[in-house]
Design a protein around this ligand. Structure first.
Ligand SMILES: O=c1ccn([C@@H]2O[C@H](COP(=O)(O)O)[C@@H](O)[C@H]2O)c(=O)[nH]1
Length: 236
């Protein structure tokens, strides 16, 4: 799996996503989320893989263990490099997800890496405490979910940059810390709450960053990507 910034292809159609990708000359690490996948289905993943891109299929599965396990068995055949679930689904659900992926991976192929969303980067500590009734700090909740994900045999988590260091300390440096909520210092945060710059992401221990609007909505997406890549690589 590449280590370059993961570009969130949050587009409404394959055409919009392809037109965006045509701007770039190199193979990228891209993320397909609910918006694009629910319009286009598995074909978008096949096509992006054919084009030579690494693919994070960000469907954040969260259901009973049997359903998630069976869904992951199917997803394994799509060829994505990275898939995910919500850690709030629990340890048994995460084990079922990993086992489903293993069962669906054909002989000779590597199973996709699987990570769990801890607390969404759009969630504040206040919201978590008042709406989810989790009476602890957001850092503690995220690290707790990371440890649970590790116990379930997952490869890492989605978290904010702000918790990446604590997760590396608790779960080890090889445990993935994939961090959305990336913004440039002068950029709009939009709906994100726990945000950080690409440079801080590297300094504070993210293993991968996910960047959507700061690239896709930029006047010059290729230049925006290059700037972010430089900030990410310079601080390694
Ligand atoms: O906690 C999470 C989990 C997933 N995401 C996804 O990442 C991108 C971020 O897009 P931006 O435009 O850079 O805000 C988006 O696809 C989310 O679904 C997240 O933001 N936070």
């Amino acid at each position: 799996m590449k280590n370059s910034p993961i570009i969130a292809l949050d587009f409404a159609s394959t055409n919009d996503a392809y037109n965006f990708l045509l701007l770039f000359e190199q193979s990228l690490f891209v993320k397909v989320g609910m918006e694009l996948y629910l319009q286009e289905g598995p074909s978008i993943v096949y096509k992006l893989k054919e084009m030579g891109h690494d693919v994070f299929l960000d469907l954040k599965l969260h259901d009973i263990p049997n359903t998630v396990g069976k869904a992951m068995k199917g997803l394994a055949r799509l060829g994505a490099d990275l898939v995910n679930v919500h850690a709030a689904g629990g340890e048994v659900m995460m084990i079922a997800a990993r086992e489903g992926l293993e069962a669906g991976t054909t002989a000779g192929n590597k199973r996709p890496s699987i990570i769990a969303v801890t607390q969404l980067t759009s969630t504040s500590e206040k919201q978590m405490q008042e709406e989810q009734l989790i009476k602890t700090s957001i850092d503690e909740s995220v690290v707790h979910y990371a440890k649970l994900s590790k116990t379930a045999g997952l490869d890492g988590v989605v978290c904010s940059v702000l918790e990446a260091k604590a997760i590396a300390e608790a779960c080890g440096k090889d445990f993935l810390r994939v961090t959305p909520g990336i913004r440039l210092a002068e950029g709009d945060s939009h709906d994100q709450i726990r945000v950080a710059t690409p440079a801080n992401a590297r300094l504070l221990g993210s293993s991968h960053i996910v960047v959507g609007r700061a690239i896709t909505k930029a006047e010059n997406p290729v230049q925006a990507y290059k700037n972010i890549l430089k900030m990410w690589e310079e601080n390694a």
